[in-house]
Design a protein around this ligand. Structure first.
Ligand code: LMR
Length: 334
């Protein structure tokens, strides 16, 4: 009798287990950086919030560090529905045909996060996300990382110090032009391959916010880092549109709320994470960190200013002007 009761209990457990697993909605969220970065932490935060607000109906599985897909593959995987959610860097939307996103790559276009947020958290940002819809993608939010600095194995004090250097960049035509403007040789490469390329000398240097550099241990294979802060790197959180619109309306609403809270979280921790990473780089003693003087920074700004005119057509002159209007940046007045 005891045995029979126990069996019934196990059976009942099993059946209810099957039923809840079948109801569960799984969102695979793939990204390429370490878990210990602004994007890594924000995606985990979203997974937690989503479970909480949907009362366990939605399970977000986060795959960090290119564990599922590398940069180009993850975009394809989203479109065919092999993953449901990504947060690619804004510099990686060109191959999708959304060239306008490369406006965020323009050198020195934003002085700080406050200027940037006028765009990402305002109507211009919303209209950029809307441009993804015809491509079967829904843009949900912008998440910050931070401002990029240059690293190499030789000191970088002037733009000419990167002349002839092979510099790894993300897949953005604006970034290609940025490197050319200072005489460097741009090399597009997936994020997951950068550490090894730096280690083996396939490339001489790179640019990234410090949190990316530090968590991939790039500072261990780069002798010099100069805090140029010459451009912004951040993300658009995107989902497969068909999947998103096919969700029950109440669940979608709860996920939208989870995304709202995650965006506040992401944009709150980004600067802190980069500051902590910089401390880590300094403490490691493996890289010399150099802060350029005001004059040295101006030399970089001036050298890169022509990128604004050359690449205006790529992103659309009107979009560029609307951003200048918000931020007050004027490449002709340097
Ligand atoms: C890079 O490729 O350098 C970055 O886009 C990685 C990332 O997602 O922050």
């Amino acid at each position: 009798m005891k045995f029979r009761n126990a069996m019934m209990f196990v059976l009942a457990l099993g059946i209810s287990g099957v039923a809840s697993a079948a109801d569960e909605i799984v969102i695979k969220f793939s990204h390429v950086v370490a878990a210990d970065t602004p994007k890594g932490k924000a995606s985990e935060f979203f997974a937690k919030k989503a479970a909480e607000l949907t009362k366990g109906k939605v399970k977000v599985e986060v795959y960090a560090n290119s564990a599922l897909y590398k940069d180009k593959e993850e975009m394809e995987a989203l479109q065919i529905g092999a993953v449901q959610m990504l947060a690619p860097s804004l510099a990686k939307f060109g191959p999708l045909g959304a060239k306008e996103f490369e406006v965020f790559d323009f050198p020195y276009i934003f002085d700080d996060y406050a200027e940037l947020h006028k765009i990402t958290q305002g109507p211009i940002g919303a209209s950029l996300l809307a441009k993804l819809e015809p491509k079967g993608i829904k843009g949900l939010a912008f998440w910050d990382n931070g401002f990029k600095s240059f690293s190499a194995n030789t000191p970088i004090k002037a733009p000419t110090d990167l002349k002839g250097k092979k510099m790894r960049i993300q897949s953005s035509k604006v970034l290609e032009e940025e490197i050319r403007s200072i005489g460097g040789l741009p090399q597009v490469m997936a994020f997951s391959e950068v550490y090894q390329a730096l280690q083996t000398g396939v490339v001489d240097g790179t640019e990234n916010p410090i949190s990316n550099l530090y968590t991939q241990k790039m500072h261990e294979v780069q002798k010099h880092l100069t805090l140029t802060n010459h451009g912004y790197l951040g993300y658009a959180v995107i989902v497969n549109k068909k999947f998103w619109e096919g969700l029950p309306a109440d669940v979608r609403g709860q996920l939208e709320q989870a995304m709202k809270e995650s965006t506040v979280f992401a944009n709150k921790i980004a600067q802190e994470e980069n500051n902590t990473a910089l401390e880590g780089v300094k403490k490691s003693g493996k890289t010399t960190v150099y802060t350029p003087t005001k004059e040295e920074k101006m030399a970089f700004k001036k050298a890169m200013a022509p990128v604004h005119t050359k690449m205006a057509d790529r992103v659309g002159g009107e979009l560029l002007q609307s951003i200048y209007k918000e931020t007050g940046f004027d490449p002709n007045k340097l």
